[in-house]
Design a protein around this ligand. Structure first.
Ligand code: NDP
Ligand code: 2IT
Length: 448
C-alpha cells in the first residue's frame, strides 16, 4: 500500500468518531500524493506524515462557572497545539455547542498549512469549548471566559501559543480572556490577538478575514480573465467573516445579495445593507429576521432541514462564510446550474469533498479556505509584530500588507499547482505550497 494510504488508514483507526478530522486529513494527503510519491521511502523513514497528523500536544480541561441563577455549569475546554515547526502555535478559539475534540483537531490541522501559506512565522493550533454564548448575559460570558482562561493561561504565551477568535469568540470574549490572563500571569504581552484597539489590538484585524477573502478572490478572477466588479455574490453566514466580506465586495463594485445565520437566510435583491446587518448582528446580537423586518427589499427564509438556502440563489460567485460542511453536493449542483463560476471559502472546510470535486470538474474556480481565509490569521501575526515592537501601525499600512499577503498566497498556490502538473487545482496548490515549508522545517529540526 502507498505511504499516503497507509497513513490515512492509520489516522482513521487511531482517531475514531472524528469525521471532520478524517476529512481534513484526507483532502491534504490526496493533494500531497504526488509530492510524497516522488520520494516515498525518505518520507516513510522519517515518519513525516505520522508526525504531521499527530498533534504535538492536546490540552483538555474542565471549565466550571456560575450562571445568573446561581447554578454551576460545566463545559469542556480544548487547546490542540498541532505543529510548531515554523513558529509559535497560532489559531482561534471556537465557542459553540457543537465543539468537540475532532472538530478542534480538524481546525488545528488546517491551520498548519494556512499559517504556512501566509509566509509569516506562525505554527498551527486551535482551541475552543462547547459553551454557547447565545442568550447568555455579559456577566455569564465574563464568568465563563475567566474560568476558561484560568486553566488555559499556563499553556499559552506570546512566544508559545497565541489564540484568537473564531465562531462565538469576538472582541468581547477576547477582552475578558485577556484581562484574566494579565491578572493571573502579571504579564502585559501579546498573548491573544483580536484585542481591542485600546489595549494592543491591531487596526484592520476585525475586517481582515472578510477583506482578505475578497482580495484573494479578486486576484483569482483577474488571473482567469474576469473582473469582480458587477458580479452577483451569494454569501453565507452573518458573523465576523461574512460581514466584512460583504463590505469589501461592495467596495470592489460587486453585489452581495444573501447572508444567513443558524436560523434562516436573507435574499436582498437590492444588495445587503451592511450598516443594518452590523446593527442587527454586532450590536443587538439578534436574528436575521430583524434585518428583514427593517428592510423592505429583503426576503427572509426560515432554515428548513433538507433545503439549500443561499446556494439556490442565482449568483456568479459564492462565498461560504459560516461553518464546516455547509455546502454539499446538492448545493454545488444548484450553483453550477445557476451559472456560478467561482467559489472561495471564507469559513474553514465549508465545502464537502464531494461538492469540491463536483465544482472543480465543472470548471468552477475553487479556492480552499486555508488560502482564501488566511487574511485573519495573517493580520493576527501583524498584531503580534506590533505588540513585540510596542507600536501601532495605521489602518492603511495593515490593510496594504494584508492585500499583498493575499495576492502572494494566490500566486504561490497557482505556481505550486502548475509545478506539480495540476494547473488550476488550487486545493492541491494550497496544500502542497503550505506543506513544503513545514516539511522542510520539520526535517531540519530533527526527530522532535
Ligand atoms: P461568527 O461567530 O462571527 O459567525 C458565524 C456565523 O455562522 C453566524 O452567522 C452563525 O449563525 C453562523 N453559523 C455558525 N455555526 C453554524 C451552524 N452550525 N449552522 C449554521 N450557521 C452557523 O464566526 P466567524 O465569522 O468568525 O467564523 C465563520 C467561519 O469562518 C468559521 O468557519 C471560522 O472557523 C472561519 N474563520 C474565521 C476567522 C476569523 O478571523 N474570525 C478566520 C478564518 C476563518 P448565528 O449568528 O445564528 O450563530
Ligand atoms: O481560522 C482562523 O484562521 C481563525 N479563526 C483566526 C486565527 C487567528 O489566530 O487569528
Amino acid at each position: 500500500m502507498s505511504y499516503v494510504d497507509e497513513v490515512y488508514e492509520l489516522v482513521v483507526a487511531k482517531n475514531p468518531a472524528q469525521p471532520e478530522f478524517h476529512q481534513a486529513v484526507k483532502e491534504v494527503l490526496e493533494s500531497l500524493r504526488v509530492v510524497i510519491e516522488s520520494d516515498e521511502e525518505a518520507y516513510r523513514k522519517e515518519a513525516l506524515l505520522e508526525r504531521l497528523t499527530v498533534p504535538e500536544r492536546i490540552v483538555q480541561f474542565r471549565v466550571p462557572w456560575v450562571d445568573d441563577k446561581g447554578q454551576v455549569q460545566v463545559n469542556n475546554g480544548f487547546r490542540v497545539q498541532f505543529n510548531s515547526a515554523i513558529g509559535p502555535y497560532k489559531g482561534g478559539l471556537r465557542f459553540h455547542p457543537s465543539v468537540n475534540l475532532g472538530i478542534i483537531k480538524f481546525l488545528g490541522f488546517e491551520q498548519i498549512f494556512k499559517n504556512s501559506l501566509t509566509g509569516l512565522p506562525i505554527g498551527g493550533g486551535k482551541g475552543g469549548c462547547d459553551f454557547d454564548p447565545k442568550g447568555k448575559s455579559d456577566r455569564e460570558v465574563m464568568a465563563f471566559c475567566q474560568s476558561f482562561m484560568t486553566e488555559l493561561y499556563r499553556h499559552i504565551g506570546a512566544d508559545t501559543d497565541v489564540p484568537a477568535g473564531d465562531i462565538g469568540v469576538g472582541g468581547r470574549e477576547i477582552g475578558y480572556m485577556y484581562g484574566q490572563y494579565k491578572r493571573i500571569s502579571n504579564q502585559y504581552e501579546g498573548v491573544l490577538t483580536g484585542k481591542g484597539l485600546t489595549y494592543g489590538g491591531s487596526l484592520a484585524r476585525t475586517e481582515a478575514t472578510g477583506y482578505g477573502l475578497l482580495y484573494l478572490t479578486e486576484e483569482m478572477l483577474k488571473c482567469n480573465g474576469k473582473d469582480i466588479a458587477g458580479k452577483t455574490i451569494a454569501v453565507s453566514g452573518a458573523g465576523n467573516v461574512a460581514i466584512y466580506a460583504i463590505q469589501k465586495a461592495q467596495q470592489l463594485g460587486a453585489r452581495p445579495v444573501t447572508c444567513s445565520d443558524s436560523t434562516g437566510w436573507i435574499y436582498d435583491a437590492e444588495g445587503i445593507d451592511v450598516a443594518l446587518l452590523k446593527e442587527v448582528k454586532e450590536v443587538k446580537r439578534a436574528r436575521l429576521s430583524e434585518y428583514a423586518a427593517a428592510r423592505p427589499s429583503a426576503e427572509y427564509h426560515e432554515k428548513k432541514a433538507g433545503e439549500h438556502g443561499v446556494w439556490t440563489v442565482k449568483c456568479d460567485v459564492a462565498l461560504p462564510c459560516a461553518t464546516q460542511n455547509e455546502l454539499d453536493l446538492e448545493d454545488a449542483k444548484a450553483l453550477v446550474a445557476n451559472g456560478c463560476f467561482a467559489v472561495a471559502e471564507g469559513a474553514n472546510m465549508p465545502t464537502t469533498l464531494e461538492a469540491t470535486e463536483y465544482l472543480q470538474k465543472n470548471g468552477v474556480l475553487f479556492c480552499p479556505g486555508k488560502a482564501s481565509n488566511a487574511g485573519g490569521v495573517a493580520t493576527s501575526a501583524l498584531e503580534m509584530s506590533q505588540n513585540s515592537e510596542r507600536l501601532s501601525w495605521t489602518f492603511e499600512e495593515v490593510d496594504s500588507k494584508l492585500q499583498s499577503i493575499m495576492i502572494n498566497i494566490f500566486h504561490n498556490l497557482d505556481e505550486a499547482s502548475r509545478k506539480y502538473g495540476m494547473e488550476g487545482d488550487y486545493v492541491a496548490g494550497a496544500n502542497i505550497a503550505g506543506f513544503l515549508k513545514v516539511a522542510e522545517a520539520m526535517k531540519a529540526q530533527g526527530i522532535v
